[in-house]
Design a protein. Sequence first.
Length: 97
Amino acid sequence: MRNSSLFFLWLTLDVMILSVLLLHAVLTTHAQQTDLADKASLVKRLQLTDLCLFTEARYTRHLSQADLNTAFQDHPLSLEHFPSGSFTQPTLHSDSP
């Protein structure tokens, strides 16, 4: 079998797998919407706080509840040693009302 025939066979298989995945996504949309509504009502009923994006350091778990100096608690000139600190931006606090 030629290399081009193998490539087109592989490409056809990939297109078929992609089609099945897209069909699955379309068919399960309604069930996912009801699950999302149930989760939203649970969050509202339990009055949950912000989403926990990272699990490494306590100042990256809940960004709205961290102060600006927590990342430098060991030393004022210490470098960021958790990778999640480089993915987030500091929260801008305005002093004006």
